[in-house]
Design a protein around this ligand. Structure first.
Ligand SMILES: *Cc1c(COP(=O)(O)O)cnc(C)c1O
Length: 485
């Protein structure tokens, strides 16, 4: 690592006339009129001009400043930053997939339509639902689609209702999705086990409530063990149950949300089913539904007619389109490839290892770091900085010091019901050796907090930049190069 080099913007190293490639002079007659009538730019204003060495080194240096899941454990809770097998990348990049046109006629893309249909079928099997739409482009987009389906179904029953109940342990996107769909949100408290308080739910559940949105496992990494009772309470008052299934890696092959009384759920393919994420996309948040909601699914639906796959637009009750074409196709190809390579046994092992790894970390660090909820973990565990606070050390100091030990920090200060939270999700793709390296670093930091807290306050010491002004960076981001006068 060359720490001192501040990498300039590529525009700042630009010099007029520099080229990466010098082409030989033309040895055939020049044709000038090939693009006649096409509006062409004569000049690209501000376009950087650099040599091949400069452009290669610029982007290689930038890539080395990144931490990535190909480099080491990425324990960001509620994010499932796991290793994604390269074979899925290769297959989704095959020209027959990558270059097929979304407007090609059905006859030309029967194979691609089969990919969509097969993934829908497998997701129905894994989640225990009756149908899936692959259109939503992210988890939060799936939530909004799911809430629109619930609204449509309730309107057909006689009224959309007013409220959506959301536990205080839910993911932050849930309230915003319900709100965007026109519902008012009411919070339901958790009990001391970290699960939904049944009495609080019974009191809140009225015939004005459209749905409960439940994240399961919730953001404490705790399985809602009373989920069947929860669904009964909601159904008894005519409401529907939405499950945020972004963390499906805790459940695959072991339990099926559809069997627990869930009416609608989304799954994050870019978390559970092998698409690298973190840079902002592309993602995919397929939504699964029970029979009653099938008529409202977004169009087009993939149908089958006379042994062929067809795009069915003739669905009078549909909520319409939620995205152009059919969703993020290459993410869907990766997911199908992943499921096929794993098989039923491997799909179950996703959950077995995700849960084992999280509990291994929880048990190894118990006592060194405070645990507010001692209920066994599913795919993630939530510690806090309560013990270290006595020495004046906060979760931010701990997270920053982890960078010095070569690890990406865990999620901090979330969920909100744990003060000073450090939320760790190791994922199923980490080996015992890598987990031990991370645990050793966390233990070393716990020791430093007692013996030498100053080293934590000024961490990180070996990163390119140290403590940033995060508020200013978020409020006034400098994203655009401005030409200097
Ligand atoms: C990641 C996540 C989401 C949001 O998914 P996006 O694809 O980022 O929109 C929603 N709920 C839970 C529980 C999540 O972990």
């Amino acid at each position: 690592m060359i720490k001192e080099i501040r990498e300039p913007l590529i525009f700042e190293i630009s010099e007029a006339g520099k080229r990466a490639v010098e082409l030989p002079a033309l040895d055939v007659p020049e044709k000038k009129d090939l693009l006649a009538g096409v509006p062409l730019r004569r000049e690209l204003e501000g376009f950087p001009e650099v040599s091949e060495t400069e452009v290669t080194r610029h982007f290689t240096r930038l890539s080395q400043k990144n931490y990535c899941v190909d480099l080491g454990i990425y324990p960001l809770g509620s994010c499932t930053m796991k290793y994604n097998p390269k074979v899925n990348e290769r297959l989704s990049g095959l020209p027959d997939f990558a270059a097929s046109h979304p407007l090609a006629s059905e006859d030309l893309v029967q194979g691609s339509l089969e990919v969509l249909k097969r993934l829908e079928t497998y997701l129905c099997e894994i989640a225990g639902m009756d149908a899936f739409t692959l259109h939503p482009a992210a988890g939060a987009h799936g939530e909004l689609t799911g809430m629109m389906l619930i609204r449509a179904a309730l309107e057909a029953r006689g009224g959309a209702r007013k409220y959506v109940l959301i536990p205080d342990s839910a993911h932050g996107t849930n309230p915003s999705s319900a709100h965007i769909c026109g519902y008012s949100v009411k919070e339901v408290k958790s009990n001391e086990k970290g699960t939904i308080d049944i009495e609080a739910l019974e009191a809140a559940m009225t015939d004005e409530v459209a749905a409960l949105m439940v994240t399961n496992p919730n953001t404490l990494g705790v399985f809602e063990s009373d989920i069947c009772r929860v669904a009964e309470i909601v159904h008894a008052k005519g409401g529907l149950v939405y499950m945020d299934g972004a963390n499906m890696n805790a459940l695959t092959g072991i339990v099926r949300p559809g069997d627990m009384g869930i009416d609608v759920l989304h799954i994050n393919l870019h978390k559970t089913f092998s698409t690298p994420h973190g840079g902002g996309g592309p993602g995919s948040g397929p939504v699964g539904v029970k029979k009653e909601l099938v008529p409202y699914l977004p169009v087009p639906v993939i149908g089958e007619k006379g042994g062929r796959f067809v795009l069915d637009f003739d669905r009078p009750a549909t909520i319409g389109r939620v995205r152009s074409y059919f969703g993020n196709f290459s993410v869907i190809v990766r997911a199908l490839c992943y499921i096929l390579t794993l098989g039923p046994k491997g799909v179950r092992e996703i959950a077995e290892f995700a849960v084992l790894n999280a509990n291994y970390i929880r048990k190894s660090l118990e006592g060194e770091y405070h645990l507010k909820y001692t209920t066994p973990s599913m795919h993630e565990c939530v510690f806090s900085d309560k013990i270290q606070k006595e020495f004046g050390v906060t979760n931010l100091d701990i997270a920053k010091r982890l960078i010095d030990y070569g690890f990406h920090p865990p999620t901090m200060s979330f969920p909100l019901i744990v003060h000073g939270a450090l939320m760790i999700e190791p994922t199923e793709t980490e080996s015992r050796r890598d987990l031990d390296l991370f645990i050793d670093a966390m233990k070393a930091i716990a020791r430093e907090a007692k013996e030498n807290p100053e080293i934590l306050h000024s961490a990180p010491h070996v990163a390119y930049v140290s403590r940033l002004d995060e508020v200013t960076a978020a409020k006034f981001p400098v994203l655009r190069w401005e030409k200097k006068p």
